[in-house]
Design a protein around this ligand. Structure first.
Ligand code: RB5
Length: 175
């Protein structure tokens, strides 16, 4: 399929970033955390900003699209990200759509995914501590970028508490 210019430029940029990630990984063995990213057109701008933000923190990303602001269907990208986490190719995922709801619902159709719609750092912290969320979902049209950074930082730096929460989380898939 012929790629449009914007998509081609994104792929070039991504390839350059992946080369840099590889180099940084070699320089800092054992420090890497792989994060999968996904979005629809409404979340494209924030997904791109997040990619740069994570890169600046030496965190490797796998970008499952979309790759422009052209109108797309959010499940197509949520499913790719979800499958990569289920296959353990990526440790955690972060995704955006306009409200967060559509892409969140799509990811949560996967048995191995616990995707949490988070709108402030406290919710993100609880989602990791209590729910062992492995995907962070945000509403790109309803959050300022500065808030997104705080939510992401909290999500990535918080570990699952286990204990009584483990029993509850284990019951999520029993229907
Ligand atoms: C796209 O217009 C919008 O519907 C989508 O980004 C999301 O909000 C759906 O849940």
């Amino acid at each position: 399929m012929k790629k449009n210019k914007a998509e081609g430029e994104m792929i070039d940029h991504e390839n350059k970033m992946m080369e840099m990630f590889k180099k940084k990984r070699e320089e800092n063995p054992g420090k890497e955390k792989k994060i999968g990213l996904a979005c629809d057109h409404a979340g494209f701008e924030y997904k791109e900003k997040l990619k740069e933000y994570l890169f600046s923190k030496n965190i490797e990303v796998a970008d499952f699209g979309c790759y422009s602001e052209e109108s797309v269907d959010y499940p197509d990208f949520a499913h790719k990200l979800a499958k990569s986490i289920e296959k353990e190719e990526n440790e955690l995922g972060i995704q955006f759509c306009g409200t967060g709801n559509g892409i969140n619902m799509s990811a949560n159709k996967h048995q191995g995914i616990r995707s949490a719609l988070c709108w402030n750092p406290h919710i993100a912290e609880q989602a990791r501590l209590h729910n062992n969320a492995n995907v962070l979902t945000m509403a790109a049209r309803h959050l300022e970028w500065e808030e997104v950074e705080k939510i992401v930082d909290t999500f990535l730096s918080t570990q699952f508490e286990g204990g009584r929460h483990e029993t509850r989380v284990n019951k999520i898939n029993i229907i």
